[in-house]
Design a protein around this ligand. Structure first.
Ligand code: ATP
Length: 252
């Protein structure tokens, strides 16, 4: 299978704070990757490097074999940021208008969208099952519905890679299941998916591979303990180490 993303010896610092230290990984076309790790381990930073929003202090990132700095077809990477940062919900935009924003890069901000663009928006809304809400104001949707709209906005430009940063935060269990089913459908349709999540139980079932970030490094061979630790740390808000209990099982 073709390598669609290659991260080679990447380091990144915010000022004096080194977040990633010589990270290397490859992702193949068609994979469904779960990215986990304790709070602050650099998951969002890594995603921002992959989409080209941040620049590595050292190392290289290749997308479709092309250096991310030189990649012209940025629309081939869809990105759904953490919901809390992604949108001003009091902005009076309809679902249709929000999804149309995903096409601005290709139609130009001040040009009028044509019938073909409207059709693309309709198609994306049908895929995420939100077509009947197309005229609803975005601020009036539930968390799960909003997340589907943001996914529609990121797939409307026909990306080959879809990156989602904690898409299940703040949505109920039923919406979460629907969301994972949708991601599975998109993955089966050929989109390579990378999802940052704390939802350990869900990802072990759905994803084809898990990448663990901790201590500035990547560890592709996470054990169940790593996964539980990451989840426990998020639950408690500070790093939690699990140790084997002498009678078997794990204790916090
Ligand atoms: N814009 C920024 N400026 C300075 N430091 C930052 C910035 N963004 C993140 N950091 C710091 O970099 C580290 C990694 O942050 P990042 O958001 O990538 O981690 P994360 O694994 O995604 O965390 P979380 O699970 O909490 O979302 C943290 O120590 C964070 O405080």
């Amino acid at each position: 299978m073709e390598n669609i993303i290659e991260v080679k010896n990447v380091s990144f610092s915010y000022g004096q704070n080194q977040v990633l230290n010589d990270v290397s990984l490859t992702i193949k076309k068609g994979e469904f990757i779960g990215v986990i790790g304790p709070n602050g381990s650099g998951k969002s930073t890594l995603m921002n490097l992959i989409i080209g929003k941040l620049k590595a202090s050292r190392g290289q990132i290749y997308i479709f074999g092309e250096s991310i700095d030189k990649l012209k077809q940025k629309h081939l990477i869809g990105y759904v940021p953490q919901r809390s940062f992604s949108f001003n919900l009091s902005f009076p935009a309809t679902v249709f208008e929000v999804v149309m924003m995903g096409l601005y890069a290709s139609i130009g901000l001040f040009k009028k969208p044509g019938a073909i663009h409207r059709e693309k928006v309709h198609d994306a809304l049908k895929i995420v099952d939100m077509y009947e809400h197309k005229d609803t104001l975005i601020g009036n949707l539930s968390g799960g519905q909003m997340q589907r709209v943001f996914i529609a906005r990121s797939i409307v430009s026909d990306p080959q890679i879809l990156i989602l940063d904690e898409p299940t935060v703040g949505i109920d269990a039923r919406s979460e299941k629907n969301l994972f089913d949708l991601l599975e459908k998109l993955n089966k349709a050929g989109i390579t998916i990378i999802m940052v999540t704390h939802d350990i139980m869900a990802i072990t079932e759905k994803v084809s591979r898990i990448i663990c970030l901790s201590g500035g490094k990547v560890n592709e061979h996470c054990t169940a303990i790593d996964l539980l630790e990451a989840g426990a740390s998020d639950l408690y808000g500070y790093p939690v180490k699990l140790e084997k209990h002498e009678h078997g099982g794990e204790k916090l």
